[in-house]
Design a protein around this ligand. Structure first.
Ligand SMILES: NC(=O)c1ccc[n+]([C@@H]2O[C@H](COP(=O)([O-])OP(=O)(O)OC[C@H]3O[C@@H](n4cnc5c(N)ncnc54)[C@H](OP(=O)(O)O)[C@@H]3O)[C@@H](O)[C@H]2O)c1
Length: 308
């Protein structure tokens, strides 16, 4: 078996070591390679389009991440070549940790207590009614579902929104653009776990975020392109939104001059909510390749018409 590997990241050697351990009999070439045309499978993260063009009769392309928004235009490939993304591979647990922390931080008012501490002020704030702290999750896929299940034991009212109808015990679900405004009304904390696609680019603009009740919070852990930065900042400045926890940005690294860095209502992290784990990812890809070689179906194939 011949594998072509490419990552734009700095950890190529860890991937190659894990791949060599998992695929002992395979020939593994890094890109650029004159042998790209012979590859059976390509395993890539943010590849240049020339790599895709150089592939011959590849059987599948594995994206070394959950989101495929950084893949170049895959229309250069025959339609029957599956583009496969990572599903969970250790990211769901991380995402659940991150979002539960963000929700509990806001609900238990840790920022207000931090301010009180600065003033040596001993004051117990009244407990917020949990029934009024509805958490809404945009995207009820692999990661959105894991987050909903992790939040469920805390007892927050939960609702989730997806493209096609989904049902999950304890979660009120809604579907499609026609139901989005109704979904947002009454959501005290909004978690964004939507992929970045032509349909979702800029979805969270000022108008849509204004559908949230005054004093609501945003947690964006999917892609920065979902949010219109200036319009989010205007809502934070005007007290319409109480805070935003942001892990992802339109430009990464976030430019030093960006207002998010020093905004008192923004808590930010450098795209760490759920990092790709090399061992787990290679094991998942190897299991899928074994299934493909045996003529069996696999999950995680990107619907090219939907872009995720
Ligand atoms: N920050 C990080 O470290 C990090 C790490 C991993 C992933 N991510 C991001 O998280 C995203 C989600 O990952 P995942 O594995 O959960 O993806 P997934 O399983 O494909 O789930 C995507 C969800 O979004 C919904 N959706 C897609 N387009 C929609 C639209 N136009 N309208 C309404 N709902 C829509 C899907 O609806 P259906 O259920 O109807 O298909 C699905 O519920 C990835 O695309 C990636 O961008 C970020």
């Amino acid at each position: 078996m011949r594998l072509l590997f490419y990552t734009e990241g700095s950890n190529a050697e860890s991937w190659l070591e894990a791949l060599r351990r998992e695929f002992v009999d395979a020939r593994i070439d890094g890109w650029p390679s004159a042998l790209a045309g012979d590859a059976d499978y390509a395993l890539v993260w943010k590849p240049p389009v020339e790599l895709l063009r150089a592939l011959g009769k590849v059987k599948a392309i594995f994206n070394l991440g959950a989101g495929v928004d950084s893949m170049p235009d895959v229309s250069v490939l025959p339609r029957d070549v599956p583009l496969v993304r990572l599903e969970d591979a250790g990211m769901a647990e991380q995402m659940a940790e991150y979002v539960c922390h963000a929700v509990l931080h806001r609900y238990r008012e840790f920022d207000a207590y931090a301010e009180q501490q600065q003033m040596a002020e001993w004051r117990q704030r009244p407990r917020l009614p949990k029934s009024g702290f509805r958490v809404g999750i945009l995207g009820l896929g692999v990661l959105g579902t894991a987050v909903a299940m992790a939040l469920a034991p805390f007892g927050f009212p939960l609702r989730a929104w997806s493209r096609t109808h989904k049902s999950l015990p304890g979660v009120a679900t809604s579907t499609g653009m026609a139901e989005l405004d109704g979904f947002l009304a009454g959501v005290r904390l909004l978690v964004c776990l939507l992929p970045l696609t032509n349909q979702t680019q800029g979805l969270l603009d000022g108008e849509r975020l204004s559908r949230l009740p005054r004093g609501a919070y945003l947690v964006n852990v999917s892609r920065g392109g979902l949010v219109v930065d200036d319009e989010l900042l205007a809502l934070l400045d005007s007290d319409q939104l109480a805070g935003a926890t942001l892990d992802v940005f339109r430009d990464e690294p976030l430019p030093p001059e960006h207002r998010f860095w020093h905004h008192p209502r923004v808590a930010l992290t450098p795209h760490v909510s759920a990092v790709t784990l090399v061992e787990e990812s290679v094991a998942q890809i190897a299991a899928k390749i074994r299934r493909l070689e045996a003529g069996l179906p696999i999950t995680g194939i990107v619907g090219r018409e939907y872009g995720y």
